[in-house]
Ligand binder design. Sequence first.
Ligand code: FMN
Length: 387
Amino acid sequence: MPNFGDFQVSVYLEGMLNGTTPELTTNLAQLQEHAKAVLPAEAMGYIVPSAGDGATARANREAFDRWRIVPRMMRGAVERDLSCTVLGTSMPAPVLLAPIGVQSLAHSDGELATARAAAGMGIPYIHSTAASHSFEEVAEASGGGPRWYQLYVPNDREVCQSFLERAAASGFDTLVVTLDTTILGWRPADLDRGFLPFLANVGVANYLTDPAFLAKLDKPVEEDPGAATFLWAGMFPNPGLRWSDLSFLREHWAGPIVVKGVVATEDAIAAVDHGVDGIVVSNHGGRQVDGSIGALDALPAVVGAVGDRTTTLFDSGIRNGTDVIKALALGADAILLGRPFLYGLALAGQQGVEHVLRCLLAELDLALTLAGHPDPATLGPEVLQRS
Ligand SMILES: Cc1cc2nc3c(=O)[nH]c(=O)nc-3n(C[C@H](O)[C@H](O)[C@H](O)COP(=O)(O)O)c2cc1C
């Protein structure tokens, strides 16, 4: 088995022997600026900025910057195996792609390109309820690739049940229930442009292909698209969602259930007490509550409270391979990569997502080895020092 870090050698060889350099930068933290330059203004405004004045997104990055890795010597390994199994899904490294909606804003192939890239590398793809392609289309693109489904719980239980049934029938194994977006946060970049893709029936493919949703319309969507928009707008908001509603999901979902968007230890405990199989410590990349706690700052306390009772995943602010090490060291079992893969998608479609994953995994592998922790499962807080 080659090591992920071997990608580094292939890049150098391409450059030295063939004079070719990578199409996209290998510094994943720079992708945001590159993507900004190619995305149309509305898409850029939806994807890049966060809620309010961006304080939460800044806090996410600052939280990473406060931790430093303390490399250990004479402990590397020639052959490395980063693979793991999370809630029954095996993966080549503790990395999944975060659920991201409306990927057609980044590239016309949208989720199909992402699902193909993920499947080609064995990395789990998580399908958003707010996707531009339906469960069935994505399942076809994903083929034998591992895939999970992210649910925004609609306030209409018939549609909710139908989504769960279609996701299961399409081979999505684990359900990720997002708790932090029962309504949209205050997003000035979109507000200032008066832009919300869902109101143009973009990012609602799961709804527009859903028999329970369509049954509630008097006419086919093509004849009255406005009625479909109105129906969606009526069933998306769900601020009345409660822990007790998880029992409805459990009744209609046979696989593992994970809740996403937890940063308070009280909520982590409540989630586990209500029988979830995992949690994602996340603040939605700062897109919901401006001025909230950095996600990595929340991780140690959550792991301390429930880490021995549940699977803990993490996202919000991961930009490169060494960020993955920090999150794993602070107790995450695996991480979800967000915006960087979307920037890769915007810049080069499926190949862009593949490039981002290759770079992330290569840097993770090399840094783990150089820091003397070739097996990610052995990472703990002692690997880090707070600066
Ligand atoms: C453009 C965009 C759309 C997103 N759509 C969803 C979504 O549909 N469902 C969801 O649970 N999270 C969604 N997220 C949040 C991601 O799953 C993840 O929590 C976030 O991207 C992590 O922050 P980071 O990208 O800054 O690392 C979205 C994020 C972005 C940037």
